[in-house]
Design a protein around this ligand. Structure first.
Ligand SMILES: Nc1ncnc2c1ncn2[C@@H]1O[C@H](COP(=O)(O)OP(=O)(O)OP(=O)(O)O)[C@@H](O)[C@H]1O
Ligand SMILES: [Mg+2]
Length: 308
């Protein structure tokens, strides 16, 4: 659906995007994560046909960005990170305007405006002036506008930025709805916990370089090697630690605040053997837990040490 090949963008002498190779497949919800200035907006603008890359290529549904823009534009709905205020325009006029820009006419246009208002929960605000809407409503309107031509692919640049917790939850529910409708979604954010349950894939970008790209599970697996398992037994913890350290599937076992932190050897498939092993050694197990790293952890680990 979306593919980039060695996509590069240079602003004068600043390399904003460095040979990006990214693939988003049909039905994916791809979370594009990175700190401020990482190159997220630059990438999304190129994909939305609004910015020319310095080198490399990008494709949407096998159409090449820059060459086949007139085929691409009807296929994508782009929600920019920031959109200007339209004064003296009502919500329904605003959407009608954009529907007209996509040459949607007459009854169909009316119906579509009704539909996207309904979907974004703005029906009650259809006669309100755009500039009078709250931030959360304006963001939803921005999304409604990106949906009027029923695009297959949505490119959303931080749709939840600046929203309060409640509005974030509403935005997330809306995105889930769009996922159910079969849209392919590329969504940027630096709020990771938000993307975790929504996305099936993530890409982590820092300083124009894609550090990680893959399924949320794959990324977790890659990180797991560096993840420790917490163990505690009733009674002699030190004896248990020594027993653990003697096991060839365990690389290291160190006590920290009364808990044994176990690092597995590469040969260990998972940590479940620990329970059986300790019980066999005569220990009563009190605690056995692997911290599932969340995206926030992954992000911190991956970007650690990459400083501007
Ligand atoms: N028009 C421009 N001219 C010069 N430099 C630019 C321009 N737009 C972006 N940059 C620079 O390119 C880099 C990437 O910016 P970009 O806006 O793509 O980052 P981002 O990941 O979207 O960040 P944020 O999380 O703050 O939105 C930054 O260093 C930025 O200063
Ligand atoms: Mg940005």
């Amino acid at each position: 659906m979306i593919r980039t090949e060695e996509l590069t963008k240079r602003y004068k002498n600043l390399l904003a995007l460095d040979r990006l190779n990214m693939v988003v497949e049909e039905g994916d919800i791809y979370g594009y994560i990175g700190p401020n200035g990482a190159g997220k907006t630059t990438t999304l603008k190129i994909l939305a046909t609004l910015l020319e890359p310095t080198s490399g290529h990008a494709y949407i549904c096998n159409y090449r960005v820059g060459k086949d823009n007139k085929h691409i534009r009807p296929l994508i709905g782009y929600m920019p990170d920031f959109f200007g205020v339209y004064e003296d325009m009502r919500v329904d006029e605003y959407l009608t305007f954009f529907a007209a820009a996509y040459r949607i006419k007459g009854e169909k246009r009316k119906r579509i405006v009704d539909d996207v208002l309904e979907l974004t929960d703005l029906t009650g605000k259809r006669d309100a002036m755009v500039e009078s809407l709250s931030r959360g409503m304006q963001q939803r309107l921005g999304l409604a506008r990106a949906l009027v031509h029923d695009p297959k692919v949505l490119i959303l640049d931080e749709p939840s930025s600046g929203l309060d917790p409640r509005a974030r939850i509403e935005m997330r529910a809306l995105l889930k709805e769009l996922k159910k409708m079969g849209k392919t979604i590329l969504i940027s954010s630096h709020i990771l916990s938000e993307l975790q349950e929504l996305c099936n894939k993530v890409g982590i970008i820092e300083k124009g370089t894609l550090l990680f790209s893959g399924s949320v599970d794959e990324v977790r697996r890659q990180i797991r090697r560096g993840t420790t398992i917490d163990v505690r037994v009733a009674g002699d913890n030190e004896a248990a630690r020594l027993a653990l350290e003697a096991n060839p599937l365990i690389e290291r076992a160190e006590t920290e605040n009364g808990v044994i932190k176990v690092s597995l050897a590469e040969t260990a498939a998972d940590f479940t053997f620990i329970a059986k092993y300790l019980v066999e050694q005569g220990f009563a197990l009190e605690l056995l837990r692997q911290e599932e790293p969340d995206l926030e952890d992954i992000f911190m680990r991956v970007t650690k040490g990459v400083v501007s």
